[in-house]
Write a protein of this length. Structure first.
Lengths: 406, 139
């Protein structure tokens, strides 16, 4: 049974006050808070079990290596990936997508080749592809969303030409909350021989993910949105693509032998993990994912679906509030603007005074904001520990802001 | 005016704020000032007047005439417009060589807004004061 009160007790920060009010943390799309088990694991890793990994043969190095390496298997279980050998540990989705850009795309693309992106991608899934455009003459092809913020899988597939080398698309929009039918995109792309990168930054947080069924080629995740430490993350890469990749960053760990005039690389996944990694962050991520699996991603998704429906019904009662996007399949992420003088930064400042933490700005999604014709918006993004009562607090705070700015 | 270096217009604001007990009323006042302030001409919203380091868009247009400092400003955020209005009251019509002597943070603290201003670096007050000081120093 999903018990939100019990889950809230696991997150010490949720008990604090902000500006004299109980914290209502609705900036989970940017980063989620951490349960005590993750905080304890990070402390224990430094206090009792810390040494570099993969290096020494002494006791502490062995313990740290074992704990660190065990996370690969935890991630594979969390994503139902075929093998943990296909899981590359990263600092987050940004590093994961840059690894694909430098390690796979640069080695397998040439001038005139095309990458298909939806217009609602996060900058982390845009800027690495701009690098390829600037440096190699690769073309970016943008697929528009529908008026309700949904993305038609067929529109993505219709953009494929003989020059298309990659489709890179988010599973859930970090601005609109739109859930994309990535499975249909993967199936259609596979039939045409086009690899697909699915940005799981938001998706893995809000729904069960089954990579054995999804059919994508690259699936990056970010630890800090998954209730784990910042600076942790991973990317799952299909074995066919791994075989086509060259190393991105050079350094220790990714190498088997180094001589004055030659190098022999390590095997994947370590071939793509140069230098001392985020040891403790990764150990903390493993604990966070175990915590999520203990609760059950299906139960988390059901709780968030209830929050989503409730928040949507309440936000709809505010005639002066405009929520961007209303896709039929959506997550509990709401971006909005208000009638009148109030700018997104004005609204977030006032909500903060009421204890409600939201994000304001362009949400690292410039092309989407251009498409929507909105210069800045506020975003309330929910997590498994949020409640209907917190939706009510948000509504009250919005009404107060509306009264203030009118 | 006492030991303050500030202008009469700013002292009027201080007087108004003196009777406001809670943050809600202080913000309401700042918002009213923001709404009431004339907009900057779009032709003056150019890269040269844009102030970087603010979460919202901010423009400052300084004018020094006969040794007297003035500036107009604008923002797309109402609260920031209100803060610009406060800063205009603080600095406008000062002899340019006195601008550097204004302790802006001390003056702003008299409005009871300092917690909000210093805690939120992104509101751009720091960047605006820097721009004002730099412009006056270069005159």
């Amino acid at each position: 049974m999903f018990d939100v009160a019990k889950i809230r007790d696991d997150f010490p920060i949720l008990a604090r006050q902000v500006n004299g009010r109980p914290l209502v943390y609705l900036d989970n799309g940017a980063s989620a808070q951490k349960p005590q088990v993750v905080i304890d694991a990070v402390t224990r890793a430094y206090a009792d079990e810390y040494a570099n990994v993969h290096r020494g043969l002494h006791t502490l190095s062995n313990i740290a290596t074992e704990k660190y390496e065990s996370v690969r298997g935890i991630i594979a279980r969390f994503l139902n990936a075929p093998s943990e050998d296909q899981v590359i540990l990263t600092s987050g989705t940004t590093e994961g997508i840059n690894l694909v850009a430098y390690g796979w795309a640069m080695a397998n693309m040439q001038a005139g080749d095309e990458i298909i992106l939806s217009v609602m991608e996060h900058h982390a899934n845009i800027v690495p592809w701009h690098f390829l455009r600037e440096r190699m003459g690769v073309q970016i092809k943008w697929v528009d969303i529908n008026a309700d913020g949904s993305l038609d899988p067929q529109a993505v597939l219709d953009a494929i030409t003989p020059k298309t080398r990659l489709i890179a698309v988010t599973q859930i929009s970090n601005v609109l909350g739109t859930v994309v039918d990535v499975k249909s995109i993967c199936a259609g792309a596979r039939a045409r021989g086009v690899p697909v990168l699915v940005d799981g930054s938001q998706g893995a947080v809000h729904m069960p993910v089954d990579l054995s069924d999804l059919g994508c080629d690259f699936y990056p995740i970010t630890g800090h949105k998954l209730y784990g430490p910042s600076g942790s993350g991973a990317i799952w890469i299909a074995p066919e693509r791994l075989a086509e990749m060259r190393p991105f960053m050079g350094g220790g760990d990714m190498i088997r032998e180094v001589h004055k005039d030659s190098v022999i690389y390590n095997d994947a996944p370590m071939k793509f993990e140069a230098g001392t990694p985020g040891i403790v962050q990764t150990i903390g991520l493993g604990v966070a994912l175990d915590y999520l699996m203990d609760i059950g991603m299906d139960k988390i998704a059901a709780h968030e679906a209830d929050l989503c429906a409730y928040a949507k019904s309440r936000l709809q009662t505010l005639p002066w509030l405009h929520v961007q996007g209303d896709a039929p399949d959506r997550a509990a992420i709401f971006s909005f603007t208000m009638d009148g003088a109030a700018h997104a930064h004005d609204i977030s400042t006032i909500l903060d005074k009421k204890g409600v933490a939201v994000r304001a700005g362009t949400h690292c999604a410039g092309p989407l904001m251009d498409h929507l014709g909105v210069s800045a918006s506020c975003r309330a993004s929910f997590a498994m520990y949020n409640t209907r009562a917190e939706v009510d607090t948000l509504i009250d705070a919005l009404e107060f802001a509306q009264d203030l700015f009118g | 005016m006492g030991s303050s270096m500030a202008q009469p217009a700013f002292e009027d604001i201080v007087d108004d704020f003196e009777f406001l007990d809670d943050w809600e009323d202080r913000y309401r006042m700042v918002i009213e000032m923001g709404k009431a302030m004339a907009a900057l001409d779009d032709a003056l919203k150019v890269p040269a007047t844009k102030v970087d380091g603010c979460a919202s868009q901010v423009w400052l247009h300084p004018m020094i005439d006969g040794g007297i400092f003035r500036f107009d400003g604008d923002s797309d955020a109402v609260i920031v417009r209100g803060l610009i209005a406060v800063l205009r009251a603080l600095y406008n019509d000062l002899p340019v060589d006195r601008v550097a002597q204004v302790d802006a943070w001390a003056e702003l603290s008299r409005l009871g807004l300092q917690d909000h201003l210093s805690a939120q670096r992104s509101n751009g007050v720091r960047a605006m004061i820097d721009r004002i000081q730099t412009t006056a120093a270069a005159a």
